[in-house]
Design a protein around this ligand. Structure first.
Ligand SMILES: [Zn+2]
Length: 294
């Protein structure tokens, strides 16, 4: 079992401990549970979807990286596939607070990067902040997304975000988690550049058309990619680097062990992720940061 779980394992009810053990005992537990695993855990533990997600929150929060606030937030996104995806907040010392990732953004982006097409529910251990409510309103599940919190009745995003402004108030655009492929190409065999290009091709930027992707190579030779997730209200947009760092963190990688990083974006886009990406990577100790354009 990963060291991060040992301190909070006793907070997990014993029936759930038994049901989870076959999956969580391994060091390479991917911070997600497949639909089949989830069904088995529900049967063995007697918990329903909502109760299971609430009970898993301490495990999700164990992925929190909060050197500034020391406030540990965990979230669980449930896909329509039935898969569960963990998420946790991430803070980065040495760069502006705008680079911070919230737990809901982490779980949602984790689901997106693992191929989930639509979310059914999000569960979080504190009430979602305004920023996250707006971020979630970009999803193709809309305001019908179920939102579960400890000791609260089940509600939907519509309850947490009345009089919502969102993508449907603007153009008829793809929504976050809709499958897209923008078709950009780069003439290179470099695996990391192609991984970042693939992420840019799947990125969500319907308002600026400034599609962007990031790929990170760590010291173990593993590659993690992240896609830009733009928001109708602009400020809650999630940069592609943060998306890649979410996947790295949830997959058990270390954000301070990045050997090489690549950003791919448009040469003539309205926006550029370059300055923020290179500054945050420098703060994380990565000195090899490259930019390629289509
Ligand atoms: Zn938030």
């Amino acid at each position: 079992m990963q060291a991060r779980f040992r301190a909070i394992w006793s907070d997990i009810p014993s029936e759930l401990q038994k049901a989870l053990s076959p999956y969580i005992s391994y060091d390479d537990f991917p911070a997600m549970l497949t639909a089949g695993q989830t069904e088995s855990i529900k049967q063995l533990s007697g918990l329903d979807d909502q109760a299971l997600a609430l009970a898993l929150l301490p495990l999700a929060a164990a992925y929190s990286l909060a050197p500034i606030s020391h406030f540990y937030v965990g979230a669980i996104a449930r896909g329509e596939s039935g898969n569960l995806y963990f998420g946790a907040n991430m803070e980065f010392a040495g760069v502006p607070l705008q680079q911070t990732v919230h737990a809901e953004q982490s779980a949602i982006t984790h689901a997106w990067l693992r191929g989930e097409k639509k979310l059914a529910a999000i569960t979080v251990n504190y009430s979602p902040c305004g920023h996250c409510r707006q971020f979630m309103n970009e999803l193709n599940s809309g305001t019908q997304l179920a939102v579960y919190l400890p000791n609260r009745p089940p509600l939907t995003l519509a309850d947490y975000l009345p009089e919502a402004f969102g993508p449907r108030d603007l153009a008829d655009t793809p929504l976050l988690l809709d499958e897209v492929n923008h078709g950009y190409q780069l003439a290179t065999c470099d695996e990391l550049v192609q991984a970042a290009l693939d992420a840019a091709n799947r990125s969500h930027a319907p308002y600026s058309q400034s599609h962007a992707g990031v790929a990170l190579l760590d010291e173990q030779g593993k590659i993690y990619t992240g896609r830009y997730a733009e928001n109708a209200a602009f400020n809650p947009s999630l940069p592609p680097l943060q998306a890649a760092l979410i996947l790295m963190n949830m997959a058990g990688g270390h954000c301070q062990s990045i050997k090489r990083a690549v950003l791919v974006e448009g040469e003539n886009s309205h926006l550029s992720q370059w300055n923020a990406t290179s500054a945050t990577l420098t703060a994380l100790g990565c000195t090899t940061v490259e930019r390629y354009t289509f």
